[in-house]
Design a protein around this ligand. Structure first.
Ligand code: ZN
Length: 443
């Protein structure tokens, strides 16, 4: 097969493979066709791009985010808990269609510029935000916010479940799946994301699982994010949130559960034995005063993948926090919590959670050409001796120079090619100012 493009002279780093200090990587169509050290570069009269001083990695797979919640930047993180449970902030049901698109585009733009090529996103107006994010060139697994609690009351500590809300939301996911699952050449996917055990009745959780199984979708949710959630489930269902998920048939390897902070030893055992995935958001947990017990969860058999949740979409930063989180838990620098572990959590483990690890999350022949070129010709990334250690400990999203998704370049020299950064920023600024002004009137 004749490549469309060969990237040369770059350092190549992929999970589970030895780094190539100075190598080449060939793309054809949507795939990587081959790669190797420069000494093995094949004769080729096509397009060659030299990337000396750059490090190539697979794009990050951000396993848990809410792009619209860039809205909360710099404020909600210091208010105590997740926005849905907090008074005095804009809430999902108050966000209009145009505002949701403006904010989702900001989140997706930011993610792409920082090296995420795939992300799992859920919030409101999924039918509008999914195409808006895919238009920027990335892969998105999306769902609207699936719940049957009256979300206009949760921040007032009032959990009222209404069957008609659940039916409406499930209907929206059915339509989203009909309209978009597999669209954009396969870049758009849907996933069933019941918001959390306390905002979904056991019956809705069960029906969401049935819908996911019938349609071959993965399932995600927040799980034991707070003591409040645990107490609510104990009161409502007489068990822990993990036990509830097991009871309704969701605790299996199709599950991607965000946070997993306040779990009992028995919960951890059940979760790990099921082979479920922790959507680990170490920075969000830590700034909220909590630590997920990832060493215990991984030892029990859980897959650990990284997400940004509602904070900045910088997965390089999350790798550092993920590593620090585990070491804080253990109280030492462990041999099995090293940069390659954090790198896998940000790439191949996310692909595994989504059931696409046979073709996504690595730089290898036959894998999707979802590639990030990091510019290591910078003071804080010099000397380049151990590319993976430096990437995990010292790089940040602003060091991304180029990004390809499915073989198509979507970021060049730090600029998105399918969205004007200034226009996206202006629309998001206007939407956020309006929403915060309305929230202030409500208090
Ligand atoms: Zn979340």
């Amino acid at each position: 097969m004749k490549p469309d493009l060969i990237l040369t002279d770059a350092t190549i780093v992929s999970p589970g493979a030895a780094p190539i200090a100075r190598g080449w990587l060939a793309l054809s169509g949507e795939k990587i066709v081959d790669l190797g050290p420069m000494a093995t570069l094949p004769a080729f009269d096509g397009r060659i791009e030299s990337l000396a001083g750059r490090v190539l990695t697979p794009g990050f797979v951000n396993i848990h985010t809410h792009a619209i919640l860039s809205l909360m930047r710099g404020i909600a993180i210091d208010m105590g808990f997740a926005p849905a449970y907090t008074r005095g902030v804009p809430h999902g049901h108050e966000i209009g269609p145009e505002e949701s698109v403006a904010l989702a585009r900001l989140g997706a733009l930011e993610a792409l510029l920082a090296g995420s090529t795939a992300m799992v996103d859920s919030y409101v107006h999924g039918d509008l935000t999914l195409p808006a994010m895919c238009d920027l060139g990335m892969r998105v697994w999306a769902c609207g916010r699936l719940h049957d609690v009256d979300f206009s009351r949760v921040h007032l500590s009032d959990w009222e479940h209404k069957d008609e809300i659940g039916r409406l939301r499930l209907g929206e996911l059915e339509k989203l799946t009909r309209d978009f699952n597999g669209a954009y050449g396969g870049r758009a996917r849907t996933i069933a994301i019941p918001h959390a055990p306390d905002t979904c009745s056991a019956d809705l959780l069960r029906r969401a699982g049935e819908f996911a199984r019938a349609n071959g979708l993965k399932v995600s949710t927040h799980l034991s994010q707070s003591k409040l959630e645990n107490a609510q489930i104990q009161k409502r269902d007489g068990c822990t949130p993990t036990q509830l998920l097991e009871r309704v048939g969701l605790l299996n390897e199709d599950l991607i559960a965000a946070h997993c902070i306040h779990m009992t030893a028995d919960d951890v055992k059940r979760f790990g034995a099921a082979g479920a995935t922790v959507a680990h958001v170490p920075k969000g947990n830590a700034t909220g005063g909590a630590v997920a017990h990832t060493p215990n969860l991984r030892a029990a058999g859980a897959n650990i993948a990284l997400g940004t949740d509602n904070l900045t979409q910088d997965m390089a930063e999350q790798m550092r926090w993920g590593l620090a989180n585990a070491r804080v838990h253990l109280g030492r620098v462990a041999e099995d919590w090293q940069p390659e572990d954090a790198f896998e959590m940000a790439t191949s483990n996310g692909a595994r959670a989504l059931g696409v690890d046979a073709w996504l999350g690595r730089l290898a022949p036959g894998y999707a050409a979802d590639i990030v070129a990091w510019d290591f010709r910078r003071a804080h990334l010099t000397p380049l001796l151990d590319p993976l250690g430096t990437l995990v400990h010292d790089a940040n999203g602003r060091d991304v120079q180029h990004v390809w998704v499915a073989g198509r370049q979507v970021v060049r020299d730090g600029e998105a090619l399918f969205a004007g950064t200034n226009a996206v920023r202006a629309a998001a600024q206007k939407a956020a100012e309006g929403l915060w002004a309305r929230a202030a009137e409500d208090v």
